[in-house]
Design a binder for this molecule. Structure first.
Ligand SMILES: [Zn+2]
Ligand SMILES: [Zn+2]
Length: 361
């Protein structure tokens, strides 16, 4: 049976009654307007598309506008068209800045329908005009708005200047990373305190997330408190302000600890606590450190208790240590001796109830 295109009358293989040329002219891959007006923030990199969202460059905005126009078909941005695939529209585009606006020339290639076997090529030229304003999150940020205070402290002592600088850069880094996807993740203000550092944060959720990220790196405990901060007339209810305190672990590099009946030096205290004594090492995660510290299984040995010594001899049965402050020779029991502890090695040690614990300095 001969088939004729119902539009042009040509005899050809048909799709929905149309020849390939007529099918292409009757069907469309994507519908785009000739002009898009985009509201963007003059202070941060975010623009409004239903809601405010961050962008890194104009291409970002462009591609989101086109992807939205493509609906559920996936839009892929390519340098050159390749074999068409159903439900994927290929797009090549070029943009030119024309004084006040961007001009975009876009070329599309793909199938308009999952059951069609006639690929369509389509061109769209359109303009992108920007209107600048201040986004709601910036207006809150610069208006001094904050939901939470994140406090960084350390158990047992004040933070040093270096530590304050370090946590300032860590919190800034983590907040910047969150800002990529959430524009309330800002720091409203940084308040250095005698004992630590405080951050006024735009979002409670982000303040908590940052506290947890720091805790997993540096250990410590997180506590949260809420204080009445006034009355919100608009919402008709009391307004609370949340304070999140990250109390950093007192377990720091260089300290000596008694753990599992042995003396150790903390070799590293980021991510996990790394305990070392000559050739032996133990890695303990911070959760366990806090738990064992609370139960008394892990104990810090204060510097004033530590003394200097030297291994005078060592064999299978044990070793003898010479104390360097009183020149006594003291037997060390095999249980407390680390691998790699050998004759002539300097050690630090301390004594409790007649038992001597030695560690590599
Ligand atoms: Zn035709
Ligand atoms: Zn903004």
């Amino acid at each position: 049976m001969t088939m004729f295109c119902y539009k042009c009358g040509k005899e050809a293989p048909l799709t929905d009654g149309l020849c390939a040329a007529c099918y292409t002219s009757e069907h469309s891959l994507i519908s785009l307007k000739q002009r898009y007006n985009v509201v963007a923030c003059r202070t941060c990199d975010s623009f409004q598309m239903e809601e405010w969202m961050p962008f890194t460059n104009v291409e970002d905005i462009m591609e989101r506008i086109m992807q939205r126009a493509a609906g559920k078909d996936k839009l892929v941005f390519v340098e050159d068209f390749s074999e068409p695939v159903h439900e994927v529209i290929q797009c090549m585009y070029a943009m030119t800045y024309c004084e006040e606006y961007w001009r975009i020339e876009a070329r599309f290639f793909g199938y308009d329908d999952p059951f069609s076997d006639v690929p369509i090529r389509e061109n769209h030229d359109f303009e992108l005009h920007f209107k600048f304003t201040v986004c709601p999150s910036c207006s809150k940020k610069y208006g001094g708005y904050y939901e939470a205070i994140l406090q960084i402290r350390r158990d047992g002592r004040y933070l040093t200047k270096e530590e304050k600088d370090h946590y300032l850069s860590e919190v800034t880094r983590l907040s910047d990373a969150e800002l990529e996807t959430f524009n309330m993740a800002f720091i409203t203000q940084v308040l250095p305190k005698k004992e630590g550092i405080d951050f006024q944060m735009g979002s409670i959720k982000v303040a908590k997330k940052i506290a947890r990220a720091l805790q997993s790196l540096y250990g410590g405990t997180i506590a949260e408190s809420h204080r009445l901060a006034g009355f919100d007339r608009q919402a008709g209810k009391e307004r609370y302000r949340t304070t999140i305190v990250l109390r950093l672990s007192q377990f720091e590099e260089g300290l000596f600890v008694l753990y599992e009946g042995r003396l150790w030096k903390i070799a590293h205290a980021v991510g996990k606590l790394l305990l070392r004594n000559f050739a032996e090492e133990r890695a303990v995660d911070f959760k366990k450190v806090e738990k064992d510290h609370a139960s008394g299984a892990l104990e810090i040995v204060g510097e004033p208790l530590m003394r200097d010594g030297m291994i005078a001899s060592r064999d299978e049965a044990g070793a003898e240590m010479l104390t360097l402050d009183s020149y006594e020779t003291i037997p060390l029991s095999p249980e407390i001796m680390a691998e790699g502890m050998s004759q002539g090695e300097p050690v630090r040690f301390f004594e409790r109830n007649g038992i001597y614990y030695a560690v590599s300095p």
